[in-house]
Design a protein around this ligand. Structure first.
Ligand code: 4AD
Ligand code: MG
Length: 428
């Protein structure tokens, strides 16, 4: 059994091979049938002639509908006119499953393609995206394992909020209510005392009420936490990570990016240093680029788009006003109303990473929890971490789906993962 991509490389020219896969397109005229077959690696044209094979097998092949599964044996013929430069001259066929009429035809609406997402995953567009996504996730793991990090996990069912109460999903839990986690960060913080450098890849849940091109209710969150590192050091790590991941995609996924119609220069731009600007400068740049934003506002999609209007390189924004950010961000000891945090803003998509230094001094943390009116009881374990050998530490959380969206140049986040969840959609 050979993979289609290997056959197209030319290794088997003139030889007989067997491939298996799914019917991509069919066309026949009289005693000839032209069936293109796809497997996970590629698409190849086959040519069958009734005279040169078992007539019953030929008839079965001629009748077969798109997406039927089959096994085809034939000789590999180099042919410049064939897509991919080769075709398979069929000697025998075994139809494994004769498909019903496939419901997806050309020009279906986006809504319909979401309804039949379990079938639309087979499209060239989705297959390319899924491969790109696999490379992004593989590269993230590789980068951190190579740099002395350990992979670990936090729980998905939690008793306290991480990122503010407005986007919490409540779950009945025996006699009480608990939440689906918004981030594994607080748990990763507990893990640095044994591992020092730790990362996790897990879903995070946000009851987002806004419907935008970049919000899911369940998204894939890549998070790291690192002992002995400050806000600037964390930005260095993120910049290197993004560069590593983007380069890997360029190396391994060029064909897929082409199918997706991506401008590769937009990805190559990561070779440049990422500008770092204070919140204040970011507001000014946004204003200059036409966004109606005032000092003290939080940023949404429109503001972030304005910030990156004239660049292909992602931009860091640091030193946000304390009031805009979650309780755990460490206030800058030299500037109490600012926190030692940052967001990384990618062109078009906007925020792909949020991170920074965590409060590691006990009195400061107690004060912030009180200021925010949070339930002290729920955070006792987190507070404990500042009682027994507390250390300076930083981390970040990356929206993996958004990174795939940005690298792939995908218009809406729901096309960046196999089974998207949003306010309305929970099927399939
Ligand atoms: O900025 P956020 O809310 O930060 C945190 O959750 C921190 N606790 C992370 C950490 O420091 N460990 O979320 C982090 C990232 C965002 O920058 C964004 O890329 C992504 O998660 N994100 C979403 N992606 C898709 N859909 C949503 N609803 C998202 N909300 C956040
Ligand atoms: Mg954020």
């Amino acid at each position: 059994m050979e993979q289609v991509s290997r056959v197209l490389e030319g290794t088997f020219d003139g030889e007989e091979v067997t491939i298996r896969g799914w019917v991509f397109r069919t066309r026949s005229s009289g005693s000839l049938a032209f069936v293109t077959v796809r497997d996970s690696s590629g698409v190849i044209q086959t040519v069958a002639s009734k005279k040169e094979m078992d007539p019953e097998e030929f008839d079965a092949l001629k009748k077969v509908l798109v997406e039927s599964s089959l096994e085809v044996t034939g000789r590999v013929n180099p042919d410049e006119r064939a897509p991919g430069g080769r075709e398979l001259h069929v000697s025998s066929v075994r139809v494994v499953h004769s498909a019903e009429t496939f419901p997806i035809t050309k020009d279906k609406s986006e809504e319909y393609l979401l309804d039949v997402r379990h079938l639309w995953l087979r499209s060239r567009e989705m297959t390319s995206t899924l491969k790109l996504r696999s490379t992004v996730i593989g590269a993230l793991r590789q980068y951190y394992l190579d740099n002395g990090y350990y992979e670990s996990q936090g729980p998905m069912l939690v008793s306290g909020q991480v990122e503010g109460g407005s986007t919490l999903f409540e779950v009945p839990y025996y006699e009480r209510k608990v939440f689906l986690t918004q981030s594994s960060q607080l748990y990763l913080e507990a893990l640095i005392y044994s591992l020092e450098r730790v990362f996790t890849l897990a879903p995070s849940f946000r009851a987002e009420k806004s419907r935008t091109r970049r919000h899911l209710t369940e998204y894939w969150h890549f998070e790291i936490e690192t002992a002995w590192v400050g806000n600037d050091g964390m930005m260095d790590i993120e910049e290197e990570t993004i560069r590593y991941v983007a380069r890997k995609c360029l190396e391994e996924r060029r064909d897929e990016l082409e199918v997706m119609g991506r401008d590769l220069d937009a990805i190559r731009a990561v070779d440049e240093p990422f500008p770092r600007m204070r919140y204040d400068e970011a507001v000014e740049t946004m204003q200059a680029n036409g966004a109606s934003v005032e000092w003290g506002d939080d940023f949404g999609y429109e503001e972030e788009k304005a910030l990156t209007r004239d660049t292909l390189v992602p931009i860091f924004i640091h030193h946000f006003p304390k009031d805009l950010k979650a309780f755990y961000h460490r206030p800058d000891p030299e500037e109490g109303d600012r926190v030692l945090n940052h967001d990384l803003i990618a062109p078009v998509v906007g925020e792909i990473i949020g991170g920074g230094e965590r409060i590691w001094e006990l009195p400061v943390l107690l004060q912030r929890i009180e200021d925010e009116g949070l339930d002290m009881e729920a955070y006792q374990w987190y507070i404990d971490l500042r009682r027994f050998g507390s250390v300076p530490h930083s981390g970040y959380g990356m929206g993996v789906d958004r990174v795939v969206q940005w690298i792939g140049g995908i218009s809406h986040i729901k096309w960046a993962l196999p089974f998207p969840r949003d306010m309305r959609r929970i099927y399939p």
